[in-house]
Write a protein that binds this ligand. Structure first.
Ligand code: ADP
Ligand code: MG
Length: 569
């Protein structure tokens, strides 16, 4: 764990060495000051040479200035180290999250991902720059000052230090308590994020149902949970501060009490006494620092644990080592394909079908039969449990994921658009597309009139998930995106089901143009839209019940003809 944490320091080893060296120098200079005061009082003061004393003070001033500069380096460069490491981790985590499969996101909340990318990593960054060097320097200063006190007067040193072991025991105790609390706190923040993601993301549904109060109640519960956990952590913190304070003051009191005794008995000079008090005061600094680390360390570790948890989650679906890149034509074959979602019953049981390159095949059947599932296996959103899926005779598992997915286009019923401009959303189909290509795609999708009517044209911002567009406009945008992507294989999953008949007819033209020359899988529940498909497959819970063209299926008087009769009377 620790080794893994430190591996993130590797790119910044010089920054770390610089920071570390300066921190050590700061510690040493800090220790030198009481010794200098000791000399001034015991040697220079009795001699009474004003010039030498001024010179000594001037020397001290220079040392202070040097130390001031060092403080800047330690603070600025130390934090720089931390934020660099934090940034690297965040980038890595985001990159990794992009690879995790549909199955992972089916079972994990977006809010949790957000909180891992923000809050958790911030805490790790905090430890990264206030971790190793702070602990090292603090321990060094502690040991150093104790050593100096020992050489000045070992009896007084031992007497002043009796409480130190107690401080250490307390530190360990509080650290343990804190780690547990912080883990819980992170969980609470993640829950709040999830709530916001749900309630604000779904604000239109919330308001449409007039369920604001219900959402507020749910949010309040999360919010209060967070408050209670925070209170718990503050309580531990307060107890920690309290016990530290009292113990530290005991050190000062002991030093004062026994120091005076030793001065009176002649075992300690005035200068030594002052140096002693200064040294014992220096102790507070490192002890507070160690405490601060003890406070931030559990947070950082809790965050780092969650970071590694995700980093160690292997994507279910990834390229095999010898995966190949391939130009697809689009002859698709499913052979005895069996699939069920994680922890659920089988959705598809030994399904076999074959589609020729360039063919348009329609899937119809009752909702929940598995049509969407069947199609989502082709781009490997999920991996099948048994059987095989090939395109052009090659198993899709042998293809590079990127290559496979770049050549399959999907238009769904609910189009996901990104907040941004129309241009960005169309260009999502091909990030290198020129303006002319984007406009051409828009034109083929019959979106060009709409764009021309917008004062800002292609730059028109469409709002989060495209809320400023109508259903038909969204669908046209999705189609434009697909023209630009230009894949040999196309999946239309109820692409026009949500639209009114008039819009559907209008869009149908664009869709027909889109399917030209591509292998197309169409899922539709309005049978009118698929009459012209080369082949129709009827999917039921039992699998593919029948297949053929519209006419044959009507004649054979099976499931299809019954569906048809139900829709057209
Ligand atoms: P269709 O598209 O034919 O209406 P689906 O393929 O969407 O049917 O769904 C088939 C079955 O799989 C349904 O019972 C549905 O509840 C289930 N299902 C769909 N998606 C998931 C998922 N991500 N996780 C678990 N079960 C799912
Ligand atoms: Mg479906």
């Amino acid at each position: 764990m620790l080794a893994r944490f430190f591996s993130y320091y590797r790119p910044y080893k010089w920054l770390f060495i610089l920071d570390f060296t300066c921190a050590i120098l700061v510690g040493i200079l800090e220790l030198a000051f009481p010794l200098a005061v000791n000399q001034v009082i015991d040697r220079l003061l009795p001699e009474g040479n004003w010039e030498i004393i001024s010179l000594a003070c001037l020397g001290l001033l220079l040392v202070y200035l040097l130390n001031t500069g060092l403080h800047f380096v330690v603070t600025y460069w130390g934090h720089k180290l931390g934020i660099n490491i934090e940034t690297d981790m965040r980038q890595q985590l985001f990159t990794h999250m992009q690879k995790l499969s549909f199955g992972y996101y089916d079972n994990n909340k977006t809010g949790h991902s957000i909180s891992r990318l923000t809050k958790d990593l911030e805490e790790i960054g905090e430890v990264a720059h206030h971790g190793p060097e702070d602990v090292f320097v603090a321990v060094m200063t502690l040991v150093g000052s104790f050593g100096l006190m020992l050489t000045i007067n070992w009896k007084l040193a031992v007497l002043s230090f009796v409480v130190i072991p107690l401080l250490i025991i307390l530190a360990i105790y509080f650290n343990k308590k804190m780690t547990v609390t912080f883990r819980k706190m992170f969980q609470d923040v993640a829950e709040i994020n999830s709530r916001v993601e749900d309630s604000i993301g779904g604000i239109r549904v919330v308001q449409a149902f007039a369920n604001e109060k219900y959402e507020q109640k749910k949010f309040e519960k999360n919010n209060q949970n967070y408050r209670l956990t925070k209170l718990q952590s503050y309580k531990i913190m307060a107890q920690n501060v309290m016990s530290n304070y009292v113990l530290m003051r005991l050190v000062t009191l002991f030093t004062l009490l026994f120091g005076t005794f030793f001065v009176i008995s002649g075992e300690l000079t005035y200068g030594q006494f002052v140096a002693f008090i200064l040294l014992s005061n220096i102790l507070i600094g490192p002890i507070q620092k160690i405490n601060a680390v003890i406070e931030s360390y559990p947070k950082g570790i809790a965050g780092f644990k969650r970071f590694t948890e995700i980093m160690d989650t292997e994507p279910d679906i990834a390229d095999s080592e010898d995966a190949i890149e391939i130009d697809l034509h689009g002859a698709i074959q499913y052979k005895d394909v069996t699939f069920g979602y994680e922890g659920h019953n089988k959705v598809l049981n030994r399904i076999s079908l074959s589609i020729q390159s360039g063919e348009t095949v329609a899937f119809v059947g009752p909702s929940g039969a598995g049509k969407t599932t069947l199609c989502s296996l082709l781009p490997r959103f999920y991996d099948i449990q048994d059987g095989s899926i090939t395109i052009d005779g090659i198993d899709i598992k042998e293809m590079k994921l990127e290559s496979l997915r770049k050549q399959i286009g999907i238009v769904q019923q609910d189009v996901f658009l990104f907040s941004g401009s129309i241009r960005e959303n169309i260009a999502y189909g091909n990030l290198d597309a020129s303006d002319a290509e984007i406009m051409e795609a828009a034109q083929r999708a019959r979106l060009d009139d709409f764009i021309k009517n917008q004062p800002q044209g292609l730059e028109t911002v469409i709002g989060e998930r495209g809320v400023k567009l109508s259903g038909g406009q969204k669908q046209r945008l999705a189609i434009a995106r697909m023209f630009l992507k230009n894949p040999p294989i196309l999946i239309l999953d109820e692409a026009t089901s949500a639209l009114d008949t008039e819009t559907e007819v209008a869009i149908q033209k664009a869709l027909e143009e889109l399917t030209e020359g591509r292998t197309t899988l169409v899922i539709a529940h309005r049978l009118a839209t698929i009459k012209n498909a080369d082949r129709i497959m009827v999917v039921t819970d039992e699998g593919i019940a029948e297949q053929g063209n519209h006419h044959d299926l009507l004649v054979s008087k099976g499931v299809y003809s019954r569906l048809h009769a139900a829709q057209f009377g």
